[in-house]
Write a protein that binds this ligand. Structure first.
Ligand code: C2O
Ligand code: CU
Length: 510
């Protein structure tokens, strides 16, 4: 059935088992790839504030071109926050503001969005709130007058730098920050513009969860590499300034053939015989993951949290499906394994090497096993009967400026079209309908999944989500309480190739 729909609109899909699990096409690397589990696992450094006062921490981030060592023997030019991929991790406390000054030393405009952040409009990284490069020469030469985005109304732009202010009045959660420029988010994130931002609070502290070296962030990204070690991406416009999108073969999404965790291909982590907290982020452009741990006996992934922080109570999973932009907070107990045991994190949606992600090597060190409490946090259910409005949005392929693209309700993204005007403080139910896989993300407020088709929420839908994994021909209902800030925000597909080819729309809160 998938192939049938795909042929009808001329959208190619990966064949084989990946074909039914991700909407996208595989881009093959043109250099020899490293053996899995030969490179050490590393965690991105935590960014130190420039200064702190009573209410806020102040950070500086330089967005720069840099050389990274990703594949042994070659250098990979990246676009990185602080010249790193992933960018440095920011750690914040609930209610303590983070003020982040981003300076754009890249050749193109950028936009920073804090994904999962409850953020005022002017710091949310609206797709046309460009931060222009400090050095505009490349942009002026290649985009020219009326070049970039043609006649699209510009947003609230700034020159060289911008201070993003994040109040972080929200529950503890793993957020992430990434580029969000209109039409060019896919290639910018692919080149490295993504980092993690972890928010903590007292509810989480009280649980005494594994922390320090036993809390591991895992930013998973698939990438492809050219023969010279540079990142390969099928953008139609080499300048990434004028013409959005990818070549026809990749309209459905770009799938890489190298699995990176925190920027390292298939790493191996050394772990103690103890409980670990894995904070997994699927930061792939289009690839869905089906996570499973392999060892004898296989450890479970005990889910304690999701996009919007802790669940009400833990859920034990044998495997966990994670769509682009989604997060999984899970405990894994390595205490029962003899030293020398290897535990492999697999991706059951992938083929060949892409069916593996990383490996844990159990060492001869122990710690007290962690006893997981039955209650983790309070998750107040949102009820459909409290909704003041119900809306339906259809996520489908269609024509965008005479090319194949992706639409919401038949319309491509336009900064001035408002798809929904919502009343601040109210609950709404949104019915989302998909043709293919569309991980749908809504800015500003998290939501709860009420149903999928005629059934209830799926096994991976518990808790506060900010991205829902819609599968082909599926529809789902979600409930959202809009609160916090007034302004214009976007919702969109987080398959970044779909997003860039216009699968995005605006809502306003008033
Ligand atoms: Cu992770 Cu609108 O984005
Ligand atoms: Cu999509």
């Amino acid at each position: 059935m998938l192939a049938g729909i795909g042929l009808g609109v001329g959208i190619p899909f990966v064949q084989g088992s990946a074909g039914s699990s991700s909407t996208g096409s595989l881009l093959r690397s043109r250099l020899p790839l490293p053996e899995p589990f030969t490179l050490p696992f590393r965690v991105p450094p935590v960014l130190r504030p420039r200064r702190s006062d009573e209410h806020a921490d102040f950070y500086d981030i330089d967005q720069t071109v840099a050389d990274a060592a990703i594949i042994p023997g070659v250098r990979t030019p990246i676009w990185g926050y602080q010249g790193m991929f992933p960018g440095p991790t920011i750690e914040s406390r609930r209610g303590r503001a983070a003020m982040v000054t981003h300076t754009n030393r890249l050749p193109v405009p950028t936009v920073v969005h804090l994904h999962g952040g409850r953020t005022p409009h002017d710091s949310d990284g609206y797709p046309t709130d460009f931060v222009y490069p400090v050095d505009r020469s490349f942009m002026d030469e290649h985009a020219g007058a009326g070049g970039m985005h043609g006649s699209v109304m510009m947003g609230d732009t700034s020159d060289g730098e911008r201070v993003y202010s994040y109040p972080l009045e929200q529950r503890a959660a793993m957020l992430w920050y990434h580029d969000h420029r209109m039409d060019f988010t896919g290639p910018a994130v692919w080149r490295g513009l993504a980092g993690m931002h972890i928010v903590r609070d007292e509810t989480e502290d009280a649980l005494g969860l594994p922390s320090g070296e036993r809390e591991l962030p895992l930013m998973i990204t698939d990438r492809s590499f050219a023969a010279d070690g540079s990142l390969l991406y099928p953008n139609v416009d080499p300048t990434l300034l004028v013409k959005p999108g990818v070549t026809d073969a990749f309209i459905a999404g770009v799938l890489g053939d190298v699995m990176l965790v925190n920027g390292t291909p298939w790493p191996q982590a050394r772990v103690a015989r103890a409980s670990y907290r894995l904070r997994v982020l699927n930061a792939c452009n289009a690839r869905r993951l089906d996570l499973r741990l392999e060892a004898r006996p296989a450890p479970q992934l005990v889910q304690i949290g999701t996009d919007g922080g802790l669940l009400a109570s833990p859920i034990a999973h044998d495997h966990f499906e994670l769509a682009p932009a989604q997060r999984l907070d899970a405990l894994v107990d390595f205490s029962g394994y003899p030293p020398g045991t290897t535990v492999t994190l697999l991706n059951d949606f992938g083929d060949g090497n892409m069916s593996q992600i990383m490996r844990f090597m159990v060492e001869d060190r122990e710690a007290e096993p962690y006893a997981i409490p039955d209650t983790l946090s309070t998750v107040e259910p949102l009820l459909a009967r409290d909704a003041v409005a119900r809306r339906t949005f259809r996520f489908r392929s269609g024509d965008v400026d005479h090319r194949k693209g992706w639409l919401i309700d038949g319309r491509p993204f336009r900064p001035n079209d408002i798809a929904a005007a919502v009343e601040l403080g109210t609950v709404e139910v949104w019915r989302l309908v998909a043709d293919f896989h569309h991980p749908v993300h809504i800015h500003l407020n998290p939501f709860q999944v009420l149903s999928r088709g005629i059934g209830g929420p799926g096994p991976f839908d518990a808790g506060w989500k900010d991205t829902i994994d819609l599968r082909p021909s599926e529809e789902a209902e979600i409930a959202i309480r809009f609160d916090g800030y007034r302004g214009k925000y976007v919702f969109h597909c987080h398959n970044l190739e779909h997003e860039d080819m216009a699968m995005m729309a605006n809502f306003t809160t008033r």
